[in-house]
Design a protein around this ligand. Structure first.
Ligand SMILES: [Zn+2]
Length: 120
């Protein structure tokens, strides 16, 4: 039972859940654009980076909204029952859209992993 659990836990990672399909289903194109801009300007500061739990400050950049400007928000990604859960402090409590901050963090997670695998 314990082995089963460990195996399972190791297989389902936040990265593995952040697929193109997931992004398409849960966000809108403008959030992808603004989130990409935030990510492109390095507007992500990790607070916690553990398997199944990633937390970061996202945003707080100047300029225009298209350039990724806006307030700094705390974004948390967790896995519960094999599903992605996300919280952005900028979203209303009962309506957690996958906002631009979430997109920026998702891109950072995906890029970091690509970088690691490039070094193999
Ligand atoms: Zn947000």
């Amino acid at each position: 039972m314990l082995l089963d659990f460990c195996y399972h836990w190791a297989m389902v990672t936040i990265l593995s859940l952040l697929t193109e399909e997931f992004m398409e289903e849960n966000t809108i194109p403008s959030n992808i654009n603004y989130g990409s801009a935030i990510y492109g300007r390095g507007g992500i500061e990790y607070i916690k980076d553990k398997p199944g739990h990633i937390e970061a400050w996202v945003g707080g950049l100047g300029g225009t909204i298209k350039q990724g400007a806006g307030s700094r928000r705390r974004v948390t990604f967790t896995i519960q029952d094999d599903e992605m859960h996300w919280i952005c402090t900028g979203n209303p409590k009962n309506r957690q859209i996958f906002c631009k901050h979430c997109v920026a963090l998702a891109l950072a997670i995906r890029f970091k992993t690509n970088k690691l695998s490039d070094n193999k």
